[in-house]
Design a protein around this ligand. Structure first.
Ligand SMILES: Cc1cc2nc3c(=O)[nH]c(=O)nc-3n(C[C@H](O)[C@H](O)[C@H](O)COP(=O)(O)OP(=O)(O)OC[C@H]3O[C@@H](n4cnc5c(N)ncnc54)[C@H](O)[C@@H]3O)c2cc1C
Ligand code: SF4
Length: 332
């Protein structure tokens, strides 16, 4: 059998969310949820997943739409990344999020790829994102089919890096996720969604569908930027991603938040203590740079660039983001 052949599966196309939940009630353990398929389908060809069923949710109306509802801005999980990146109200309210969405992969992939799929992205590692035969050649690894971690041999944990772009901004924005299962639904703060374990990844259960991402309306008062390092600017996953948010009132800086992705098994965030902001900007900016750098723990999950350089770039991006936003607000 060839290396890149898709394993057999049955495509389930429910008409509505209830239909999807009925399927999950019986078959959750044998099912993978399919949105745009831009990450899942290549991974299936690498035999990283061989589900019996693919449950297509991309066209369900319950997972679509972008709307201001009371204190929240609701973004349907099946909205494409291009729809998010180009939405005029989102661009002006949450620029760090729309910049991150626009930085994912390439235009054609963003036309298929969804926000929900981006949040629920699998973690990535050089020793894992390979064909079945490549992985077999090294005896597989702990995350899939093997017993050893090639990044941290001797350990029992997977350190594959969470590499979704939008999560850095969504962590800083204190987004919430609506997870719906056959037995009921729950709202989970995105800050409590991820696990620092490249294998388990997050608290989403196999019978749950992410239906929407909600952002507090009051976060619309923040200026924001997203900075990303990747090898090929035209398409690659992030090796470092930093979202920076700043809220000002005249010359006063009221609040600063930073989100971080692609350097740990989970995205991280740092809310700057308000008393730090009483210090001169040059002083507190460097304190924030060091505090965020301490959160970043890149390991040798990529052979394209070393952990030390990725750590260095975290500092560069945080400093660049804060300085550019402070200059922007001073000029306003
Ligand atoms: C060449 C290439 C480059 C890429 N570059 C980047 C990049 O730079 N940055 C980046 O972040 N990503 C990148 N990606 C990955 C991917 O394109 C995006 O992350 C995209 O947003 C994934 O969304 P999707 O709808 O295609 O997800 P899918 O592939 O359909 O699903 C991804 C995962 O999420 C789960 N899932 C999807 N929707 C739901 C839901 N509603 N509820 C529960 N679970 C769900 C699926 O079961 C699966 O495990 C790249 C992919 C390719 C092929
Ligand atoms: S970090 Fe280790 S266990 Fe995880 S995917 Fe990489 S080699 Fe495998």
């Amino acid at each position: 059998m060839g290396v890149w052949y898709m394993p057999p599966f049955e495509l389930v196309q429910p008409r509505d969310l209830d239909g999807a939940l009925r399927h999950l009630a019986d078959w959750a353990a044998d099912t993978k949820i399919l949105a745009g398929g831009t990450d899942l389908l290549p991974s299936m060809r690498q035999r990283l997943f061989e589900p019996r069923y693919l449950l297509a949710v991309g066209r369900l109306s319950e997972l679509r739409g972008i709307a201001w509802e009371g204190d929240w801005v609701r973004i349907g999980a099946a909205e494409t990344l291009n729809a998010v990146a180009a939405h005029p109200q989102l661009v002006s309210a949450f620029p760090a999020l729309t910049e991150a969405a626009a930085a994912v992969a390439a235009y054609n992939i963003r036309n298929m790829g969804t926000l929900g799929g981006n949040v629920c992205l699998d973690t990535r590692c050089h020793w894992y994102n390979q064909s079945y035969f490549w992985r077999k050649g090294i005896g597989f690894c702990l995350k899939k089919d093997g017993t050893v971690c090639h990044v941290a041999p001797g350990g029992r944990q997977c350190w594959a890096a969470y590499s979704g772009d939008t999560a850095a901004a969504l962590m800083a924005l204190e987004a919430q996720l609506r997870l719906v299962a056959p037995t009921g639904e729950r709202l989970v703060p995105i800050r409590a969604f991820f696990l620092n374990d490249g294998q388990r990844r997050f608290v989403l259960r196999p019978d749950e569908v992410l239906t929407e991402v909600r952002i507090p309306r009051w976060m619309a008062g923040y200026q924001g930027r997203y900075f990303k390092y990747r090898i090929r600017q035209a398409v690659d996953y992030p090796l470092v991603g930093v979202a920076v948010l700043v809220r000002t009132s005249g010359p006063r800086v009221l609040d600063v938040r930073v989100g971080l992705t692609a350097v740990n098994p989970m995205p991280r965030y740092f809310d700057v203590p308000s008393e730090w902001l009483e210090e001169p900007p040059d002083v507190w900016v460097e304190r924030v740079v060091e505090a965020v750098a301490r959160l970043a723990r890149p390991l040798k999950t990529s052979l394209l660039v070393g952990p030390a350089y990725r750590q260095h770039l975290v500092r560069v991006f945080v400093r660049r983001g804060l300085r550019s936003l402070l200059a922007l607000s001073a000029a306003a």
